[in-house]
Design a protein. Structure first.
Length: 243
């Protein structure tokens, strides 16, 4: 892991081997259940995994707002003069925090370009698997970032909440630009379209509450109707594909 400090922005660059992705988990999340798995599925997944190290450029941008700039309301949070309309689920989870960390993580554009090439060439299954593996890697990168943040917070005797992203828990994705305003331009090589879509697509952004009394509680999935949220998926099992 390489860590650079650029003014108030931390740029974290892990090696691919530091991002823990689990083969058994990848297969189970494909949704075959009790149906016999066609041989082409594990073969294609392993083929894609073998090529991942040469296809991704993982990095995370992270910025922690100064103490005294952060407040939490019933349905919103505020940092400096910027109000985020997160709605109640997220606001409730951040009440224990003293301030907030803003982050953007990305694995770069190569995987999505590879997926598109396969689909354009008439192989939608291969393209889908590439896209699926890329999505797992960017979430794994965000998990890695959280672990690195934990190490830093430990030196301050601080803790953190879970991470929350625009588009989840009723927080509008249109507020991405507000989040990006707390980071340097194009953090980790990521830009926003007019509709708040992140480019490269295989990127994740969000906020994490931090502070001496911050509490990491269970995600309140029973209160959220977003069925494809990654936090509804099963936890990692067995061994990582890269050691």
């Amino acid at each position: 892991m390489t860590l650079y400090k650029q003014h108030e922005l931390l740029l974290l660059i892990p090696s691919v081997s530091e991002i823990k992705i689990y083969y058994d988990q990848l297969i189970s999340r494909l949704g075959y259940g009790d149906v016999a798995l066609p041989e082409v599925v594990p073969h294609t997944v392993r083929k894609v995994l073998d090529k991942v190290p040469s296809m991704i450029s993982p990095q995370c941008s992270l910025s922690i707002a100064p103490l005294g700039t952060f407040t939490v309301g019933e349905n919103e949070i505020r940092c400096n003069s910027v109000t985020f309309h997160t709605e109640s689920i997220i606001a409730k989870q951040l009440k224990s925090a003293s301030t907030v960390a803003f982050f953007v993580c990305s694995i770069g554009p190569s995987m999505e370009h590879w997926s598109k090439r396969e689909m354009d060439a008439g192989d939608p299954f291969h393209g889908y698997i590439i896209d699926y593996v890329a999505s797992e890697y960017v979430e794994g990168l965000a998990d890695w970032m959280e672990a690195e943040l934990d190490r830093y917070l430990l030196s301050l005797s601080w803790k953190r909440t879970n991470r929350y992203s625009p588009g989840y828990c009723d927080w509008s994705v249109s507020e991405q630009s507000k989040l990006f305003s707390f980071l340097h331009p194009n953090p980790s090589g990521v830009s926003l379209t007019e509709s708040s879509l992140m480019l490269p697509i295989k990127s994740v952004s969000g906020i994490i509450g931090v502070g001496p009394k911050a509490k990491k509680k269970d995600y309140e999935c029973s209160l959220c109707d977003l069925k494809d949220c990654y936090k509804r998926r099963q936890p990692p099992r067995l061994v990582a594909t890269h050691q």
